[in-house]
Design a binder for this molecule. Sequence first.
Ligand code: DGL
Length: 287
Amino acid sequence: MSVQEKDEYTHSAGGHEVTVGIFDSGIGGLGVLHEAVCALPQARFLFYADRAHVPYGERSEREILSYAEEITAFLRERGCAAIVIACNTATSVAAEALREHYRGEGLPIIGMEPAVKPALEWEPEGPVLVIATPVTVREHKLQALLERLDATHRVHVHPMPELVRFAEGERFEDPAVEAYLAEELMPYVEAGIQSVVLGCTHFNYFVPQLRALFGPGVRLFDGNDGTVRHLAALLGLQAESEPDGRFRESAFDQTRITCFDSGVEITDPAELAFFSRLHARFAQTRQ
Ligand code: DGL
């Protein structure tokens, strides 16, 4: 990156207290960005979607680690004071290594993990379902979390890789999504599960279909809100909330958000309009 380019990113934090980098394999991380943009009006954001390499959930640990390292260095170079891994899969594989690497520089690395704890607390006796990518399901991190929290083995874990493909293919309302959800999840619906953890940020795009399948009593848990509260606490920032505790809704403001697609800044108005529409969609489906 040229010195001039670097200056441009660093100085454009001016007017805002801090620049935060948020990354995901693709558009799933826009749900985390949405919460962060609403919660932290004093921050500006660099959002990096690694769409050239999505889906991470079906790649090797080595590949995922190398992408996460490259992206973190990219965001760091552009002046980010904290990095949010808006991806459960990349967190499982790379968060520890990244924290170790950046410890000396004091760069906070905020990861995500499936919101098992609130789900178990909300459902004090019955079963809980966690859906995630194949990598998250098999990684040690989730297994260790379940060993710690789920002594009575109430948690069922199910990989749903196709949901990532549907989201990236922008097939949000496709009947094939409903068919896939029914095929994979009907046994859990029939078992009366009412507590479902969205262990992949791409799955938030299918909240309406999941509600329709499990019925009106279902409670869906994601880690977006908790991740942003953690980010705010680490940066010593006050999160802007409504009286009901939700973050105050805020538009997709391009003076505060710069987006990258696998290292290339997104400037195409049609693509930015698409991201802006997804941002608005999260306003309607947030938990
Ligand atoms: N959005 C990511 C997650 O939260 C991963 C999706 C993928 O690339 O497989 O796990």
